[in-house]
Design a protein around this ligand. Structure first.
Ligand SMILES: C[S@@+](CC[C@H](N)C(=O)[O-])C[C@H]1O[C@@H](n2cnc3c(N)ncnc32)[C@H](O)[C@@H]1O
Length: 256
C-alpha cells in the first residue's frame, strides 16, 4: 500500500469523528447560501455521507455523492451514491451546489479538479470548499520535553509524510484567490482554528491519525518512544493545542 493511499484511507470511526466535529460549520455555511429549491448538488469525497444526507434533508434537492471508497456511506433520500475518482473528471452538471470538504488539499491534481468543479456549476450555482491548514501550535505541554515530541511528530507526519503524499497545507487559504481568478462572484471565506484539549474529540481524532500512519511514521525514522509519548500527551487533560485550521470558502458562478 502506498503512502498516498494510506494517508487518505479513513476508518468509519475517523469519518464519524469528522462529521461530529465539522458538520456544524457545514450546516451554517449551507443555511447562509441562497440556493434554489430542489437544487442539483454534487458532494465530492463524501466520506460517510453525512453532508450529502444533510443537503438532501435541508435543501430537498438531488445529491450525487461521490468518493473513491463508498463503503462508509449509507444511502438516504435524495442521495445517489457513486464510486468515482474525481481525478478522472468531474461528473457532468450543471449543479446548483458543489461541496468538497477536506478533499482538494489532499489531491496533487487539485488545480485541475478545481477547474472542473467550476466548469460544472450552473449559472448562479455555488461552490463551497473546506480544507485544513497546518497550524501545529502546542499551547500547553504536560511536560517540558513534550515540545520536542510535538516537533518531531509534526515534522514526521506533516512536513515529511504529508508532503510526500502531495498534501498542500496552504491550499485552504489560497482557495479564495483561486475562486477570484476563476471568475466566481460573491466570494466569502471563514477561517476557524479549533482548540484541542487533551482527551477531547480533536485530540482523539489526531491520536487515531497517528495510529493509522504508524507504519509509515516508523519507517520514516520516527522513534516508537516518541510516538508513544505523543499519544500519551494527547490523552493528558493538561494538553492544549491548535493542530490545524479549517477554512470554508464559497463563491458562485455569475449568471452571465
Ligand atoms: C478527509 S476525508 C473527508 C470526508 C468528508 N468530505 C468529510 O469532510 O467528512 C477525504 C475523503 O475524500 C475521499 N477522496 C480522496 N481522494 C479522492 C478522489 N481522488 N476522488 C474521490 N474521493 C476522494 C476519501 O476517500 C475520503 O472519503
Amino acid at each position: 500500500m502506498t503512502t498516498a493511499t494510506t494517508i487518505t484511507t479513513l476508518s468509519d470511526q475517523q469519518l464519524n469523528s469528522l462529521s461530529a466535529l465539522v458538520d456544524g460549520s457545514t450546516r451554517s455555511i449551507l443555511s447562509s447560501l441562497p440556493l434554489p429549491s430542489a437544487p442539483r448538488c454534487l458532494e465530492v469525497g463524501a466520506g460517510n455521507g453525512s453532508v450529502a444526507t444533510m443537503i438532501g434533508e435541508h435543501l430537498g434537492g438531488q445529491v450525487l455523492a461521490i468518493d473513491l471508497d463508498t463503503t462508509h456511506m449509507r444511502g438516504s433520500p435524495g442521495v445517489e451514491v457513486a464510486r468515482h475518482d474525481i481525478r478522472q473528471g468531474v461528473p457532468a452538471g450543471p449543479f446548483d451546489f458543489i461541496h468538497a470538504r477536506l478533499v482538494l488539499s489532499q489531491i496533487p491534481a487539485r488545480k485541475a479538479v478545481f477547474a472542473g468543479l467550476v466548469e460544472e456549476l450552473a449559472p448562479g450555482g455555488w461552490l463551497a470548499i473546506a480544507d485544513a491548514g497546518l497550524v501545529g501550535n502546542l499551547l500547553v505541554a504536560p511536560r517540558e520535553s513534550d515540545h520536542e515530541v510535538w516537533r518531531r511528530y509534526n515534522d514526521a507526519a506533516y512536513r515529511q509524510l504529508g508532503r510526500t503524499a502531495g498534501h498542500d497545507y496552504g491550499w485552504a487559504e489560497r482557495t479564495e484567490v483561486e475562486m477570484f481568478d476563476a471568475g466566481l462572484a460573491d466570494i466569502a471565506a471563514e477561517h476557524l482554528v479549533p482548540l484541542a484539549r487533551g482527551g477531547g474529540p480533536w485530540a482523539q481524532y489526531h491520536a487515531n491519525v497517528s495510529l493509522m500512519l504508524e507504519e509509515e511514521l516508523l519507517a520514516g525514522g520516527l522513534c516508537p518512544e516518541v510516538l508513544d509519548r505523543y499519544r500519551a500527551m494527547l490523552a493528558d487533560p493538561g494538553f492544549r493545542a491548535h493542530f490545524h485550521s479549517l477554512t470554508y470558502t464559497v463563491g458562485r458562478r455569475p449568471t452571465r
